[in-house]
Design a binder for this molecule. Sequence first.
Ligand SMILES: C[S@@+](CC[C@H](N)C(=O)[O-])C[C@H]1O[C@@H](n2cnc3c(N)ncnc32)[C@H](O)[C@@H]1O
Length: 502
Amino acid sequence: MSAADDRRDASGRQRGAARSQGRTQRSAAAPSRRRRGSDPARTAAYDVLRSVDGSDAYANLVLPPLLRERRISGRDAAFATELAYGTLRLRGRYDAIIAQAANREVGTIDAPALDVLRLGVHQLLGMRVPAHAAVSETVGLAREQLGTGPSQFVNAVLRTVGRASSEEWQDRIAAAAGDDELGRLAVVQSHPLWVVRALREALVGNGRSADEIEALLAADNEAPRVTVVARPGLVDQEQVVEETEGAGLVGALARTAVVLTGGDPAALPSVRDGRAGVQDEGSQLVALALTEAPLDGPDERWLDLCAGPGGKAALLAAVAGERGARIVANEVQPHRSRLVEQALRAVPADAVEDVRTGDGRTLGADGPGSYDRVMVDAPCTGLGALRRRPEARWRRTPADLAALSALQRDLLVSALQAVRVGGVVAYVTCSPHLVETQLVVKDALRAAARTGTDVERLDTPAVVRGIAAGGVDLDDERTDVQLWPHVHGTDAMHLTLLRRTS
Ligand SMILES: C[S@@+](CC[C@H](N)C(=O)[O-])C[C@H]1O[C@@H](n2cnc3c(N)ncnc32)[C@H](O)[C@@H]1O
């Protein structure tokens, strides 16, 4: 890709070499394409939306290979990414706007046309693409993908949307949503109502004000910054900053974190060879907290019970290597165990005892009292990482909670059996939902006590405060820690540190 190819003007429209060299998805089957191919970045975003809606695909798994296959890179790739992910995050808001502008329920609009409309609305209201370019390029995409009739409909709706600002549309859809404050927030901030309610309860249940809900929902709608972990003993934080050539800053919380202001993390030498990796700063902080939690007795054998794909296991193993400890990484899904092996490739071999595939729920009973430190990074709804998984909020349902919380409790009980008396367990979720966090911990402690395993809650805020580079806003009245995107700039990670006493 030459610099000449990497051109996208302020309108978000591709210009220069890529367009003139004809790399614009032409096809003999579509005469309109021969006349004027639509922009590959917009076509890529459209294809991602169709895969997500039509085939239940995950956008962050579909988009990167699609960009590589079509040789879309640089600013075009960034444009396609923001267009696809931003549209998916704000789908709820945009559907309410489209319904008003088209004067019909979105359920009556064909799914492919609705996806094109959503992309057009995001360009008009959520990106800095001038209205004429947003409309004409999106209508071109509609003509190419759907034909002339649907493209005229898209044109009419987008012209109506373009007549008002984002703020004006938000006022209109808020007014149409009725008097219920949470209902209004759900539509305007583009979250399902049950998620809004659960997040508000989680704020209050963690000693924060219910009034923060709007800021939290708004933070979920922002593209997260890419954060890299410099794995201790393998590469220094400063070295990673240097590799970024001015596009990296040390993180505000974790001594391992480098926050990228631009560029492709995969291009950094330390990320390529596994001495560093892409990891949210909150994930880094909770893994480091387990390594620093006070423990009685030896500190030699660690376990990561739910390790796939291996982000936390690699950080834990790097610290274990520095201390002469060893880690066992367990994961139930074989393909995710292979990802753990890959994540651990740069860690010295003597810091990794085993990467095993198995059900973590039986591991404690099979080898009781065997570990000094245990990480339970439990499978969860992911409601704390909605900004990172653009379509997740539309996929999850309250019904997911019952199955997940039972699994989470069983995994934590198993971890409490696997750890030796005096050893510590970290219970972690990337969800702040009270059912998956505080209630699971309570249930698991009760269940463990029934089998004679007693546990004390450690002062988790004190441990996190001890390792956070700068000040960190935590509730000292609680023994657990809940991070928040709108407060800490991290995913909403939950951490409870426990020490086994008998
Ligand atoms: C939140 S993810 C862990 C993320 C990982 N710690 C990291 O930082 O990369 C939860 C993992 O638990 C795994 N899992 C689900 N059920 C499990 C079980 N019964 N035993 C062990 N692992 C399980 C899932 O396959 C998933 O890989």
